[in-house]
Design a protein around this ligand. Sequence first.
Ligand SMILES: Cc1cc2nc3c(=O)[nH]c(=O)nc-3n(C[C@H](O)[C@H](O)[C@H](O)COP(=O)(O)OP(=O)(O)OC[C@H]3O[C@@H](n4cnc5c(N)ncnc54)[C@H](O)[C@@H]3O)c2cc1C
Ligand SMILES: NC(=O)c1ccc[n+]([C@@H]2O[C@H](COP(=O)([O-])OP(=O)(O)OC[C@H]3O[C@@H](n4cnc5c(N)ncnc54)[C@H](OP(=O)(O)O)[C@@H]3O)[C@@H](O)[C@H]2O)c1
Length: 247
Amino acid sequence: MTDWVEGRVLERTDWTDTHFSLRVQANLPPYKAGQFTKLALVDGEQKVQRAYSFVNPPSAPWHEFYIVEIPNGQLTPRLGSLQPGDAVLVAANPTGFLTLDEIPAGRDLWMLSTGTAIGPFLSILADGEVAMRFDNLVLVHGVRFGRELTYQPLLRQLAERYGERFNYVPMVSREPWQTALPGRIPAAIGSGALERRVGLGITPSQSQVMICGNPEMVRDTQGVLLERGLVKNLRRKPGQISAENYW
Ligand SMILES: Cc1cc2nc3c(=O)[nH]c(=O)nc-3n(C[C@H](O)[C@H](O)[C@H](O)COP(=O)(O)OP(=O)(O)OC[C@H]3O[C@@H](n4cnc5c(N)ncnc54)[C@H](O)[C@@H]3O)c2cc1C
Ligand SMILES: NC(=O)c1ccc[n+]([C@@H]2O[C@H](COP(=O)([O-])OP(=O)(O)OC[C@H]3O[C@@H](n4cnc5c(N)ncnc54)[C@H](OP(=O)(O)O)[C@@H]3O)[C@@H](O)[C@H]2O)c1
């Protein structure tokens, strides 16, 4: 049984008509960058609950969640109407394995995300321990439209903090967009376009790859990486590919 604590919305940021972030105050036990918890709202006698990753580093004084409103979704339209001061239930047991302590050593860390799944990587990057573990940090954010390339202020701070070691690659699949790579992540790996853009190769000896988001993206990306000789990272058999599906 999940234990719940009552949280309170401190602040919301609206990035697009459908994408927003909530900063929530809630007394939670310690958690690690990259983990998630559940948010819930009560609907009559029922609690509607869903998983959300922390965007903030664990040291932050609030918990931040980045959410896309799913048309006719059971929970997100209601989360989308929350305002500062409103209550939201937060599960008191943050969990998840998309964390640095699950990732074997390597030279380069590739963090591949679609949509709201950039969140856990922002948490890991903002936390900072990652810089002691890897020489090069690559963050790829694949979205449908340019306006969904959110969190630019934080990304600028990360670029300043990490300098040339940090490479942020926006990818936009449904319209041409400034300097973003076009298309989808697996295709950009397959064609070599992503590695050319970053100036690093993805290899079993040098790379660790974390993937998060759309389950079909996760599956297809794993497919191209397996063809390159990378293998899934398991606790009993370390490899180079670690992934989390958002649905
Ligand atoms: C470990 C984990 C972490 C997650 N973290 C986040 C997060 O940080 N932010 C977030 O917005 N969602 C996150 N999700 C998804 C979230 O739990 C819900 O599934 C989502 O918010 C939809 O809820 P809903 O009740 O409105 O939609 P539902 O009525 O349950 O409809 C679900 C459908 O919506 C689509 N969908 C679900 N989540 C997403 C998404 N993130 N992006 C695009 N399409 C989606 C899929 O087609 C899915 O089948 C996470 C899921 C998991 C398993
Ligand atoms: N109403 C709105 O304006 C609006 C806006 C955004 C989202 N939404 C809702 O939110 C949900 C989708 O959210 P989203 O756009 O964040 O997520 P998404 O559908 O997962 O798309 C995010 C990125 O992942 C890519 N992708 C999809 N399948 C892939 C695969 N197999 N391999 C590699 N890349 C893949 C998409 O490319 P492609 O573009 O090529 O598919 C896109 O670039 C939907 O339920 C949608 O209705 C609504």
